[in-house]
Design a protein around this ligand. Structure first.
Ligand code: IPD
Ligand code: CA
Ligand code: CA
Ligand code: CA
Length: 266
């Protein structure tokens, strides 16, 4: 068994230091490139932040493995051992356009079990943190267990593009949900949407496609608080591949799953 307490201490120190470096970079001109399409952006700061974590982790824990969005980590085929799943900047578009509403996300798994999650809102200096079995904290203040609610009194986070025509999800599934929920929001950072669910600012977050680094940390926090994390068909999430993600407080998860997502029959 790895010494999770020591790993946690380092992870907190490194994520704070990485955030400090990102804040210090704000006056500098960004080097922005595109990846898979013209709206899929990456900056030198995304890349440098991931490299910063890899250097720290590999020096301190040469046997740990790293899965990172920008590709400087390892090519993983399984989740054996200690695996750090890192999104150096989640919400890169917000980072570039708004200089806010982005976060660093780190999930630490041991033999496939989520043990530690950190999501750092760099601009607000808010660190959301979970050690499995010990509660979820934001800057040291403990978050409450997620109580049950109904859709009619819920705020649902989803991206407007999913209720327009798209290749992944029939729009007629989600448009009644948009109409019947109390409200909808879209923040542009999956990691922040996860911590907004954990802290009760929203009640569900639905998205037809995320990568493991977008949700690895957040789902540990949500499950710790009694929330439910599945894909859009109600199946367990896959930490090695892209998948749809549906996280919600209890009550809201089952209501959306039955009434709107038709128990995955679509
Ligand atoms: C993106 C954000 C966004 C989500 C995208 C992700 P990135 O991550 O989490 O909210 O809708 O699917 O790719 O690229 O900014 O790290
Ligand atoms: Ca990206
Ligand atoms: Ca991301
Ligand atoms: Ca990213």
């Amino acid at each position: 068994m790895a010494n999770m307490h020591e790993i946690d201490t380092y992870a907190k120190q490194w994520i704070k230091e990485a955030g400090e470096r990102i804040r210090a970079s704000f006056p500098n001109t960004l080097n922005i490139k595109t990846k898979s399409n013209p709206n899929d952006l990456v900056t030198n700061i995304d890349q440098e932040t991931e490299q910063y974590f890899i250097e720290k982790i590999k020096t301190t824990y040469p046997d740990h493995k790293i899965l990172g969005e920008e590709g400087y980590g390892d090519k993983l085929t399984d989740l054996s051992g200690v695996v750090w799943i890192i999104d150096p900047i989640d919400g890169t578009m917000n980072f570039i356009h708004q200089q806010r509403n982005f976060a660093i996300s780190i999930g630490i798994y041991e033999d496939g079990v989520g043990k530690i999650g950190l999501i750092y809102d760099v601009v607000l200096d808010e660190l959301y943190h979970v050690v499995k079995g010990q509660g979820v904290f934001v800057n040291g203040e403990e978050l409450q267990i997620l109580e049950s609610k109904s859709v009619s009194e819920s705020i649902i986070a989803l991206n407007a593009t999913w209720v327009t025509e798209n290749r992944r999800l029939p729009p007629e599934l989600l448009s009644p949900l948009v109409k019947e929920a109390r409200g909808t929001r879209s923040y542009g950072s999956a990691a922040l949407e996860m911590v907004y669910l954990a802290s009760g600012r929203i009640d569900a977050y639905i998205t037809p496609r995320l990568a493991p680094w977008d949700f690895a940390a957040g789902i540990i926090m949500i499950e710790e608080l009694g929330g439910i994390a599945t894909d859009l068909r109600g199946e367990a999430l896959d930490l090695l591949n892209q998948s749809s993600v549906f996280v919600a407080r209890p009550g809201v998860h089952s209501e959306i799953m039955h009434r709107y997502l038709k128990d995955g029959r679509w």
